[in-house]
Design a binder for this molecule. Structure first.
Ligand code: ZN
Length: 78
C-alpha cells in the first residue's frame, strides 16, 4: 500500500523505505511543515506595541520642562 505525498500528490513509497514518509522527499516535508507553521504564526504573531514612551513619571528635577523665555532659539534659527 502506497501513500501519496500530501504535498505534491506523488507516491511517497512505504514507511521504513522512505525516511520522509509520508512525504515523498525532504523538500515536500519541509514545504508542508512551512505551510503549517506560516498559518500558525500569522495568527499568533501580533504587532507588539512599544512600551517605552512615558516621560514625566519621575518625581525628581524637571529635565525638560516647558519654560517659555529660557529656550535659546527654539527652532527659529534652524
Ligand atoms: Zn512530494
Amino acid at each position: 500500500m502506497t501513500r501519496r505525498c500530501p504535498s505534491c500528490r506523488q507516491p511517497a513509497g512505504e514507511r521504513g523505505v522512505n525516511r520522509f514518509f509520508p512525504f515523498c522527499s525532504d523538500r515536500c516535508r519541509l514545504l508542508d511543515l512551512g505551510k503549517w507553521f506560516d498559518g500558525r504564526y500569522r495568527v499568533a504573531g501580533e504587532p507588539a506595541g512599544g512600551d517605552e514612551a512615558a516621560p514625566g513619571t519621575g518625581e525628581g528635577e524637571p529635565t525638560e520642562g516647558p519654560d517659555p523665555g529660557q529656550e535659546p532659539g527654539s527652532g527659529h534659527l534652524r
